[in-house]
Design a protein around this ligand. Sequence first.
Ligand SMILES: Cc1cc2nc3c(=O)[nH]c(=O)nc-3n(C[C@H](O)[C@H](O)[C@H](O)COP(=O)(O)OP(=O)(O)OC[C@H]3O[C@@H](n4cnc5c(N)ncnc54)[C@H](O)[C@@H]3O)c2cc1C
Length: 513
Amino acid sequence: MTPPIVVWFKRDLRIVDHEPLSRAVGEGQLLPLYIVEPDYWARDYTSGRQWSFLKDSLISLDRELTALGQPLWILIGNAEEVFDHLHQKFQFCKIVSHQETGPGWTYERDLNVERWSRDHGVVWDEYRQHGVVRGLRERKDWSLQWDQLMCLPQFATPKKILGIGSPPKPASDVLQSFSVTDEISLSSQEGGRGNALLLLDSFLDDRCEAYRSGMSSPSTGEVVCSRISTHLSVGSLSVREVWQRTLDHRRNLKEETGRGIALRSLKSFQSRLHWHCHFIQKLESEPRLEFEELHRGFIGLRQGGSDPVEERFERFRSGTLGWPFVDACLRYLAATGWLNFRMRAMLVSIASYHLWVDWRKTGIQMARWFTDFEAGIHWSQIQMQSGTTGINANRMYSPIKQSEDQDPYGIFVKRWIPELKTVPLEWIHQPWRMPLSVQKKIGCRIGLDYPEPIGDPVQLAREARSRLKSWIDLHDMKPEAQRVLRAHGSRLRQARPRYGRKAPLSQMALDLE
Ligand SMILES: Cc1cc2nc3c(=O)[nH]c(=O)nc-3n(C[C@H](O)[C@H](O)[C@H](O)COP(=O)(O)OP(=O)(O)OC[C@H]3O[C@@H](n4cnc5c(N)ncnc54)[C@H](O)[C@@H]3O)c2cc1C
């Protein structure tokens, strides 16, 4: 028997447009492998709901591989130990996989596997995963390369796999023997290729029509956004596959009259697929951004101080800030594992500015809530919404304005905060303004049935702005902003470093959204 090639599946749980699989299939016998790593699942950014979605996706991949003639081997353990064990059994000489841009933990693990491979004379070939470029230091030409990559043909889906035979235990048994138990286990989404395609089809055929108009509100966003992020994060869909399907659909729609709205929506959707890789690229190029402020001038900004940050954060975590719309978004996210982009941004902005909580703390909590946790997008966005990148406008969202704009009739608030069900519309955005007589009459007493607001949002925003101004006035921010821009700035828009000489504060563009 010739030694097999190990196809190591990581965040690419599909057989379609899968370069390592497609290349290895013509080279000999294959051992398709997934390693469940308990140490990863002990990290503070993981959760039971992410595990549950991953399990569905693995079962689905196993089914697809079995249909091609070789079931998936799922082994539990530390990656080097698993490879060691398989090496003793099969004496394989080659591993193929996609490159992975994950949290620091997966980066370290990959370094260990690389070392192990070298020590054992095993070649490990890693292929580019979607539009992210390994080793990139500057963004020049990145967008152009991304566009070209999306237009290239997809890698061929294998028709048959010559494999090494069944694993010691079927996938479902292995998966059942491992669990991630925590308080965050329910998700509104199920994994698996079939579910991914159903979502994509229903989005392209129907739901995309209202994408642009409905994406900003959490209640319409739930329906009109594609909801494919979780499938992209485990790789049951490839970004290129989605991009090409969307392009085909746009071409078909162009033939029909009166489809201008859907066409514009699909264009916006495609630009978000570009953002997907654009943000992951930031972590790939500068892995420290998971731990440290991207703009080094902001290191230490929110550390220390005597504010009751713990208490504020606890109210954020439990969705009891006393600002109904924000609490509704927090409770919705905690219950379902998903939230639309604008409201994710609002939550981080409120935690970082109004509550002055360190972005790492908020980021870990939100990562655990998200079923679609994708480290590259997540940490880049968390920093962007916390104002620590030095190249993006600092956005402070007003909890009241967002409530009035995105939930004008208080429907979302009442759905997620049953305590406020009886509150009349005129007070739903600021129930603390309700006269006591009304509170008694409707049976909703602020401070008893629903918390007092954590503070006056306008005053808290003012304090945050003044802290930022003092910080920026004391530090020389410009050279580092230019470095960040060169390394990470999008070349699509003419982004400019902030903090020019003329008007330092106005350039902070503290938009009150
Ligand atoms: C603080 C914060 C944290 C986030 N963390 C994550 C995360 O861990 N995982 C994740 O997938 N997305 C994250 N996002 C980006 C975005 O909110 C989600 O991708 C989107 O809401 C997922 O829903 P959807 O698939 O219906 O998106 P759609 O609007 O249908 O977009 C399609 C796809 O484009 C990509 N995309 C959309 N918006 C963005 C964006 N702003 N930046 C980068 N890619 C985008 C996603 O892959 C998404 O699935 C975060 C945003 C913020 C503000």
